[in-house]
Design a protein around this ligand. Sequence first.
Ligand SMILES: Nc1ncnc2c1ncn2[C@@H]1O[C@H](COP(=O)(O)OP(=O)(O)OP(=O)(O)O)[C@@H](O)[C@H]1O
Ligand SMILES: [Mg+2]
Length: 316
Amino acid sequence: MSSPAIEVTNLTRKFGDFTAVNNISFTVARGDVFGFLGANGAGKSTTIRMLCGLLPATSGSALVGGFDVTLRPDDVKARIGYMSQRFSLYDDMTVAQNIRFFGGVYGLTREALDERMAWVMTMAGLSGRGDTMTRTLAGGFKQRLALGCAVLHQPEIVFLDEPTGGVDPISRRSFWELIGELSAGGTTILVTTHFLDEAEYCNDIILIEAGQLIAGGSPGRLKEEQIRFPILEVSPQDPLAMMEEIRKSDWAVETSVFGTTLHVMVTDEEKGRKEIDSLSRRLGSGAPGVHRIIPSLEDVFLHLLEQKRSGRKGAV
Ligand SMILES: Nc1ncnc2c1ncn2[C@@H]1O[C@H](COP(=O)(O)OP(=O)(O)OP(=O)(O)O)[C@@H](O)[C@H]1O
Ligand SMILES: [Mg+2]
């Protein structure tokens, strides 16, 4: 079996007294699409910058493409592509100039650059638009162009830091198709996102909060392992009043708001349904729609974060 694409062991980064990344360890298999999830400030970009050799770790180690990031940064850099959180393109250059610039950075030969330039323009849907100013491109095109530039030199491993922020859903979808194609071609992709629907496209994911790793695994496995109780989707007339009541009860493990519905994790489905019925009668509203649902990753993560928070409360 080949060695993993990325192997992170007890990686930590402090800024003064503040610990941005706290002792995290994980492994990314070759060819994986690996999702890196966490709220704002969780430590995703800091981790990526360490893995790309752009920021030294305070402690711990990381092997990327089989090389230690601290000891062999140049070997690592030769094997990776990086799309930073703010698309790394130059707005005041044309599409072709941007591609040429990255070709220069990655040391491509003239022939290789010509060939890859044609490839990037096609994959970005920009064929024939080499002279267009990058600043005038719509978000989805810019994003595909930035991805093309990050993989211009056909790296083994690509780091994409929130590549779909501020991009419309259709463009997001087609961007994920591109990621799927790259992965099918053998490229390993580590991608951060705030969109939990996108995490479903990943083979493996990890969730970090406040610099700490909370959970990891395939989306399917995480659902199976983390969600042990049935979840009922309830559509009450007044979701907030209903949630307040449910939270006082002992038959509901957890309750979260999803738009105008509630997701209620219950110890027992039958009992949960009866209790919800009698609660809505008490609240003077009609019987709400109640359906058992297959948990989404959002359910999983809300559950994990809830557990972490209540654990913290317990620890104080
Ligand atoms: N150079 C720095 N100096 C001091 N603090 C920093 C520095 N870089 C990052 N931080 C802090 O480290 C924490 C993690 O930041 P990071 O950018 O890694 O989060 P993130 O998960 O990428 O968040 P987002 O989803 O908003 O991009 C934040 O609290 C941030 O303010
Ligand atoms: Mg970030």
